[in-house]
Design a protein around this ligand. Structure first.
Ligand SMILES: Nc1ncnc2c1ncn2[C@@H]1O[C@H](COP(=O)(O)OP(=O)(O)OP(=O)(O)O)[C@@H](O)[C@H]1O
Ligand SMILES: [Mg+2]
Length: 363
């Protein structure tokens, strides 16, 4: 096992900077997910660690060893790609055994290793099949097996589940998690799927346009997004965002919401400035149609027009308007809503971002 240190990393292709600044340490045994939209630099960062891309500037260490100039095959990493890249003419057994054979391991030992790994991955009944005779999920497990037998210091995964259907992705997520619990190998996992990130990661690194937008546990990035980008990227349906400003009257601060004034929760007041342009964020699940379960001194009540109702199964999405502002609200399907329903906003769940810097005012 090992820790991985990225120090002041930058990457440019000609004069285009694609990784602008990446400085981060993956701790020994940790499962870290790089998450972000397409093109933000996730794969490039992973590939620099793997030695498949040159590093424009900065240093990468595995434990204390600087690896910038170490040959990829001597970095002691194993990478699984989205495409799996199995050898089509080889059986499952041969695919898994390949790296060990190259190393010159005796046949009897290879046998032991391949059987041990295929047992963990439940591939034993499939060892004589060729990749084309396997389902997507089975191929994915073979690709993992090939990486595992090498007992690398670090596992690297680049969108390994994105070719699978939703149900199989769910199953494979469980298996990945279980595998990490068993092997405890330091793992870096790249995805643009927030559910994968939330369910798998010890910590998530959220990237945007070549920068780190936030690092945190799944709970931290969901509950305390450091900026507007993270707030909108994490959570589905997305957080409601309303452009507004702060006002002060007789020593009390408010957020303006149409003709209404929402008292500013205390955690924001240290950064409050008169007429500061802010963006108020509130998750669809933090707006309610009943207020009984929220303390009355931290609930804000507002009149609403309900435009549309969408039944999602266990929940209902309401498309609503408070004045001119749009609010999406998610409530349990068992809730009753009528024409004259009101919305109750949980003040503890409000987020505020400075419109100019897009940073949270609660930091
Ligand atoms: N060989 C290359 N030459 C020039 N630009 C490149 C090259 N490889 C990648 N890029 C650019 O670098 C940026 C980052 O690419 P990267 O593959 O790291 O994105 P990503 O975050 O993995 O996205 P995705 O989710 O789509 O896989 C992109 O804008 C991409 O177009
Ligand atoms: Mg990629």
């Amino acid at each position: 096992m090992a820790k991985v240190i990225f120090k002041d990393i930058k990457k440019s292709y000609d004069d285009v900077e694609v990784v602008k600044y990446f400085d981060f340490t993956v701790e020994d045994g940790e499962f870290v997910v790089f998450l972000g939209p397409s093109g933000c630099g996730k794969s490039t960062t992973l590939r620099m660690l793997a030695g498949l891309e040159t590093i424009t500037s900065g240093e990468i260490y595995i434990d204390d060893r600087l690896i910038n100039n170490v040959d990829p095959k001597n970095r002691d990493l194993a990478m699984v790609f989205q495409s799996y890249a199995l050898y089509p003419h080889m059986t499952v057994y041969e695919n898994i055994a390949f790296a060990l054979k190259l190393k010159g391991m005796p046949k009897a030992e290879i046998d032991v290793e391949v059987l041990k790994t295929s047992k963990i991955l439940e591939l034993e009944p499939l060892l004589n099949r060729k990749p084309k005779e396997l389902s997507g999920g089975q191929r994915q497990r073979v690709a993992m097996g090939r990486a595992m037998v090498r007992t690398p210091k670090v596992f690297l995964f680049d969108e390994p589940l994105s070719n699978l259907d939703a149900k199989l992705r769910g199953v494979m997520r469980e298996e990945m998690k279980e595998l990490h619990r068993t092997l405890k190998t330091t793992t870096i996992y790249v995805t643009h799927d927030q559910i994968e990130a939330m369910t798998l990661a010890d910590r998530i690194v959220i990237l945007n346009e070549g920068y780190v937008a936030q690092v945190g546990t799944p709970t931290e990035v969901f509950q305390k997004p450091a900026n507007k980008f993270v707030a909108q990227f994490i959570g589905n349906p997305a957080m409601n965002m309303i452009d507004t400003k702060l006002i002060e009257e007789a020593g009390q601060w408010f957020v303006e919401l149409e003709t209404l004034r929402i008292p500013l929760p205390e955690r924001f007041t240290h950064q409050a400035k008169k007429d500061l342009s802010v963006c108020m964020g509130i998750r669809p699940t933090d707006i309610h149609v009943r207020a009984e379960h929220i303390d009355h001194d931290r609930v804000f009540e507002c009149p609403v027009t309900i435009k549309e109702k969408e039944l999602l199964g266990a929940s209902i999405l309401l498309k609503t308007k408070v004045g001119k502002a749009d609010f999406v609200v998610e409530i349990a399907a068992t809730e009753v809503v009528s024409e004259d329903s009101k919305l109750f906003i949980d003040l503890d769940a409000i987020h505020l971002f400075d419109s100019a810097t897009e940073q949270s005012l609660a930091l």
